[in-house]
Write a protein of this length. Structure first.
Length: 204
């Protein structure tokens, strides 16, 4: 079913509120974009969260890619870009089915939304594209994936993770904050025609 422009606006207001709507409007015209960056030192504060349902956590393998894209409804081309770039995907299975995922970038990652890079040091990791299927939300699966992923990278000698969560995505914010992530700074830009000003401001 194709939604009318009015219905899309109403759905967005329902899901993300007025602030989310006006940010989407400004972003759509490339006038203003912002990316709130959350960080966690998981050596000092490692998440230890358990799921409300039994799950198995593992790292996605090449042989699971087709199953993964079908289960999560992802664009296979985008998944292949992440995979070929070298990102890892932590997946949660329940009753044998993939029901949640968390991607991890292990080196400097392009932030296409603001046409800049997120610079990662050798002991840092960047988590992105976390998703739990709707039928399994509210069962602490994001926290479980983060706990396992942080443990994995701590064993490799890494110490800090970052992620980007848009300010209108309240459920994701709660999930990452529950695991110890804190908003550290906001990156973005103002643009008017050919003029552009990038910014990074502290959120503390």
């Amino acid at each position: 079913m194709i939604l009318s422009p009015v219905q899309r606006v109403l759905d967005h207001l329902r899901d993300f509120g007025l602030r989310g709507l006006h940010l989407r409007f400004l972003a759509g015209f490339h006038l203003y974009r912002e990316m709130p960056v959350y960080e966690l030192n998981f050596v000092l504060n490692s998440p230890q969260l358990e799921p409300a349902i039994p799950v198995n956590i593992s790292v996605l393998t090449p042989g699971e890619l087709n199953e993964y894209t079908s289960a999560m409804g992802d664009d296979p081309a985008y998944t292949r870009i992440l995979w070929d770039w070298g990102a890892k995907c932590f997946i949660a299975r329940h009753a044998g089915h993939i029901i949640a995922r968390l991607w991890a970038a292990e080196r400097t990652f392009p932030l296409t939304y603001i046409s800049r890079d997120l610079i990662l040091l050798a002991d840092e990791i960047y988590f992105l594209d976390a998703l739990t299927l709707p039928a399994h939300r509210g069962k602490n699966l994001l926290g479980t994936l983060l706990s396992q992923a942080c443990r994995h990278y701590r064993n490799q000698g890494r110490r800090k993770a970052s992620t980007i969560v848009f300010s209108y995505n309240h459920d994701s914010i709660r999930g990452f904050e529950k695991s110890g992530f804190q908003l550290k700074f906001i990156r973005g830009y103002f643009q008017l025609g050919p003029w552009r000003r990038d910014f990074q401001r502290s959120a503390e």
